[in-house]
Design a protein around this ligand. Structure first.
Ligand code: ATP
Ligand code: MG
Length: 335
């Protein structure tokens, strides 16, 4: 069976890491076909718009996209193409695994294996209802949390736990202070949790969660939280395990899912062939999980881990003297 996916090569280091990633996927023979679509600066130059209708159509049809980082030039209509994609396809779950990897200059080279599930469509992060008084002295931001939005993200977290054999879901909130919004999220989470007696569920206030993450990250398995808290916590988690070059993310909705690297276009090293392709490769592994190919996903992760362990052809950000291509080749050898 072949599955067609939309591939967005992106800007900056995007094309380099995408080419490396597709080469690895090809070597795995997982039966994927690629439909290339443009977005970002490349699309603006070629089609006169950042997010062409043909790209949206491709994602709508294939329902799965693998995407490199994109540049959103200032003053081109959107504040961010990534945010725009999330809105267009109602990609309500932002799923960011953070796992310790060997030979990364990180605080936790072992022991961390957690997933942050962040609500992606509501809450303070959306920036709805923002205003500044005429004298510029008072700023207001409204935040909206709904039962429906809370329920579907918490349910996603529990289903993910079941599907991937994880044991615990931690609901992160600030319901003691933000009684209405965070309160609704927490109450909804408690109700959903009752349907999953097989999965342990605990609750943690967000400030305490940050401290716990830094001191004892091994206690976490899946974290589920609202948009802004999830934004901050998932970057904190990426930092625990070695930073941007190794952090993948998925944006998942009912009708489409987009898999990506968390980092940006890294213009400082673009075109030099030294970008680390791991984050996008790990995003591809998440995609394989999502496509019900968990053995292939694991095969890819294992090959990456072994390559890191043996320090074979690593890119300069990991202290190696290899490049994007040699790193990908080293991973292919270990598949
Ligand atoms: P953008 O505006 O697109 O977010 P940025 O300038 O913020 O780009 P990031 O991509 O967020 O850059 O990266 C921040 C730093 O991390 C840069 O110095 C970049 O070179 C480095 N970096 C990011 N991704 C990688 C990668 N895959 N491999 C190596 N270094 C990376
Ligand atoms: Mg950036």
């Amino acid at each position: 069976m072949t599955q067609t996916i939309t591939v967005i090569r992106g800007d900056g280091i995007g094309p380099e890491i995408m080419d490396a990633t597709l080469r690895v996927l090809d070597a795995m023979n997982v039966g994927l076909q690629y439909e290339f679509a443009d977005a970002g600066l490349v699309a603006l130059e070629k089609h006169g718009e950042l997010l062409p209708a043909s790209t949206l159509e491709s994602i709508r049809t294939n329902r799965i996209a693998l995407k490199s980082p994109l540049t959103t030039p200032v003053g081109e209509g959107f504040s961010s193409i990534n945010v725009e994609l999330r809105k267009r396809f109602d990609l309500y779950a932002n799923v960011r695994p953070a796992k310790s990897f060997p030979n990364t200059k990180s605080r936790f080279p072992s022991g961390v294996d957690l997933v942050t599930v962040r609500e992606n469509t509501e809450g303070a992060y959306i920036g709805e209802g923002q205003s500044l008084s005429e004298d510029g002295e008072t700023a207001v931001l409204q935040q909206k949390v709904t039962r429906r939005g809370s329920e579907r993200i918490v349910r996603y977290a529990f289903e993910l736990a079941r599907r991937t054999g994880r044991k615990k879901v931690t609901v992160v909130h600030k319901a003691n202070i933000l009684k209405s919004t965070s309160g609704l999220f927490l109450r909804t989470a408690r109700t959903v949790a009752q349907e999953y007696p097989d999965i342990e569920c605990n609750e943690m206030i967000v400030d305490n969660c940050c401290m716990q993450l830094v001191m004892k990250p091994e206690q976490f398995d899946i974290i589920v939280t609202t948009n802004l808290f999830g934004d901050i916590i998932s970057d904190l988690c990426a930092g625990l395990v070695g930073g941007l070059g190794l952090a993948p993310g998925a944006n998942i909705g009912t009708d489409a899912a987009i898999f990506e690297a968390v980092h940006g276009t890294a213009p400082d090293i673009a075109g030099q062939g030294k970008a680390n392709p791991c984050a996008l490769l790990l995003g591809a592994a998440q995609m394989l999980d999502h496509l019900a190919m968990p053995e292939q996903a694991e095969r890819l992760r294992k090959a990456i881990i072994t390559t890191l362990e043996e320090k074979d052809s690593l890119t300069p950000d990991l202290g190696g003297s290899g490049n994007t291509t040699s790193f990908a080749d080293a991973i292919i050898r270990r598949l």
